[in-house]
Ligand binder design. Structure first.
Ligand code: SAH
Length: 217
């Protein structure tokens, strides 16, 4: 059984954060639990599970960010993966969107306390984002965790991505079969799967599959 500190969980996933960054990510987990007592933001309430399933799981994106400058997190909930990624990579411009107001209020609170410059949490529906100035010339990376089927994610992400931009769908074990089933639909929308990363979370053993879809045409 690996250790259960955030550092141990990250190490088991081949990840490392500088101590000051790690401290900020840990504070996010603690603040989520504090707010959750009164605001019901997440079903995960065990501190180790928060570290594993919200913090460490979100950070598995880090090696896949490439040279992205503008990241959009769809259906971000209480800010996952958007907030841990922004804390670890403050140079990234991050926009997150969620349809539930109290979750967005939590994200804004965290961004304020941690003084995250270049982090915008939007209360609204992903479908409405392409019409807004925030979308601009498009994002070069769109992420989504636990939001919907691959074809649905591709439909939402397509108008929001700059040409050559990537959608990273953070899935469980079902990701592989979803990809097979959705292949034709994804191709028709101009997406090609350029990478699949499978991993296992160190405490629960839960399987994860990160699917990287590039908007080619
Ligand atoms: N990504 C977060 C939350 C997943 S739950 C995490 O992994 O912890 C899915 C979230 O998507 C919910 O918070 C819900 O409010 C939001 N959502 C669902 N459909 C949406 C849409 N069309 N536009 C914006 N948010 C949406």
């Amino acid at each position: 059984m690996p250790g259960r500190s955030l550092a141990d969980l990250l190490a088991a996933l081949g990840l490392f954060l500088e101590p000051d960054v790690q401290e900020r990510v840990e504070w996010l987990g603690e603040e989520l639990l504090r707010w959750n007592r009164t605001h019901n933001l997440t079903a995960i309430t065990d501190p180790v599970a928060v570290r594993e399933k919200h913090l460490a799981d979100s950070l598995t994106l880090l090696p896949l960010l490439g040279n992205a400058r503008r990241l959009l997190d769809l259906g971000s909930g209480a800010g996952f993966p958007a907030l841990p990624v922004k804390i670890a990579r403050p140079d990234l411009d991050v926009v997150s969107i969620d349809a539930v107001g109290k979750k967005v209020v939590f994200q804004r609170h965290v961004a304020r306390v941690l003084k995250l410059a270049g982090f915008t949490a939007v209360h609204g529906r992903a479908e409405d984002l392409p019409k807004t100035p925030l979308c601009g010339a498009g994002f070069d990376l769109v992420t989504a965790r636990a939001l919907g089927s691959l074809p649905m994610l591709a439909r939402l992400a397509e108008p929001l991505l700059a040409p050559g931009g990537r959608l990273i769908a953070m899935k469980g074990a079902e990701g592989v079969s979803e990809l097979t089933a959705g292949q034709a639909d994804l191709l028709a929308r101009g997406f090609a799967c350029t990478a699949q990363h499978r991993l296992q979370l160190p405490v629960s053993g839960a399987e994860r599959c990160l699917l990287v879809l590039e908007k080619t045409g």
